[in-house]
Design a protein around this ligand. Structure first.
Ligand code: ADP
Ligand code: ADP
Length: 227
């Protein structure tokens, strides 16, 4: 599903954010990306979501080489991606329903189909009863669930999240992880950047660790014996 082949990213400042990173993620895998602040996690996600382009190397997602993607094709590419942000980036001038419907506004769905899909997505995150509310009145955990509903409303094959539990307490973080697990269980590939090592350890999934732009670990830490 995702292949990084010797990927380097050097920002215009001259900063090397990623150096020769190679990795593969299969369809329907759930993978955590971790590392200290500045390790390159956000950069890797920005390359994957075509917000940034690699300086060197190839990134292939669903058979498509992102280097060959023209700027005009990027919106179509992103339609198959669900992106969840730490600060959820909800719009407070419209309802929960309209926030979740945003990605569908460019898809040419009928109003009836939009309603069906938005309600199905809100139902999956347990917020169907809040569709008419303004997200500003929701709790932090609920706002993040709206962000997840918006990310999955297009039924993306790949769900990418950047510190999705960064502002949440441990109990709410577990709930949010439970949602990602649910989407993964029905075949969605999930990649989550997080520096919450305790949370990641409890999830017992594959972990990729970056350090100063290098991939220094790729494995299942919880399956190895404790010394
Ligand atoms: P993380 O998400 O792990 O905290 P980032 O990918 O944000 O790491 O950053 C990796 C490195 O790239 C850091 O040294 C950071 O300062 C640098 N960096 C990130 N974004 C930019 C940018 N737009 N321009 C220049 N340097 C950047
Ligand atoms: P459909 O008849 O289109 O399969 P569903 O009721 O199964 O409809 O799903 C409707 C909504 O639920 C989708 O628009 C999406 O928001 C969410 N959804 C369902 N399955 C998935 C999945 N595997 N990954 C992400 N989102 C999903």
């Amino acid at each position: 599903m995702i292949q990084f082949d010797n990927v380097n990213k050097r920002y215009e400042s001259g900063q090397d954010a990623l150096g020769r990173v190679s990795l593969e993620i299969d369809r329907a895998e759930m993978v955590f990306l971790t590392g200290h602040s500045g390790a390159g996690k956000s950069t890797l996600l920005k390359l994957l979501t075509a917000i940034e382009r690699p300086t060197r190397g190839n990134i292939i997602v669903g058979g498509q080489n992102l280097n060959r993607l023209r700027n005009s094709q990027i919106p179509y590419y992103r339609r198959n991606l669900g992106i969840v942000f730490q600060n959820h980036q909800l719009l407070f001038d419209r309802s929960v329903f309209d926030n979740v419907a945003l990605p569908l506004s460019v898809s040419g769905c009928s109003r009836r189909e939009v309603g069906r899909r938005v309600r199905a997505a809100l139902d999956k995150v347990g917020l169907l009863h809040k569709e008419k509310q303004n997200p500003i009145v929701l709790s932090g955990g609920e706002q993040q669930r709206v962000g997840i509903a918006r990310a999955v409303v297009n039924k993306p094959a790949l769900l990418v999240a950047d510190e999705p539990t960064g502002n949440l307490d441990p109990k709410l973080s577990e709930e949010i992880m439970g949602l990602f697990r649910q989407f993964n269980a029905v075949g969605t590939t999930v990649l989550i950047a997080s520096h919450d090592l305790e949370l990641i350890a409890r999830m017992r999934q594959r972990v990729l660790t970056l350090q100063q732009g290098q991939l220094i670990y790729d494995g299942y830490p919880s399956r190895e014996p404790a010394y």
